[in-house]
Design a protein around this ligand. Structure first.
Ligand code: THU
Length: 135
């Protein structure tokens, strides 16, 4: 079990790897697995702006690509240089809702270590999901 300080430090490490040459807005994300292992993610931008990938999705896609099961994630930690703890974008909320268990804890930080803790199920009410494909 990681302490709040350890989660913050891991998220800062993830953020330090950000490739955000266009927005200069670096974001870090960490997926923590029930085994205690973790996978880091950062935002990766592109001169074709629409191709930018958020830190949260980088972490989740890396996790899958490296053979982990997203259902084994127990917590996600996200950080950016924001006034309040960072707010994950809508696209990432959809991806988190799709891949993670609804009770996964989401810990949001800013660089001042202000923190907000909620759950995946709190992030996106009335989400589009696989059930909508079958109606
Ligand atoms: N960004 C993230 O990585 N996560 C979010 O939840 C919000 C936005 C990135 C995308 C882009 O590289 C930069 O922040 C500015 O939007």
């Amino acid at each position: 079990m990681l302490s709040l300080d350890e989660k913050y430090e891991l998220a800062v490490l993830a953020r330090s790897r950000s490739y955000s040459v266009y927005s200069k807005f670096a974001v870090g994300a960490v997926c923590i697995l029930k085994s205690g292992e973790y996978v880091l993610g950062c935002n990766v931008e592109n001169a074709s702006y629409g191709l930018c990938n958020c830190a949260e999705r980088t972490a989740l896609f890396s996790l899958i690509a490296n053979g982990y099961d997203p259902k084994d994630v127990v917590e996600m930690v996200i950080i950016a240089d924001t006034t309040k703890p960072v707010s994950p974008c809508g696209a990432c909320r959809e991806v988190m809702k799709e891949l993670l268990n609804e009770d996964v804890v989401v810990t949001l930080f800013n660089l001042n270590k202000d923190v907000k803790v909620l759950k995946v199920k709190d992030l996106l009410p009335y989400a589009f999901d696989e059930g909508d494909l079958n109606e």
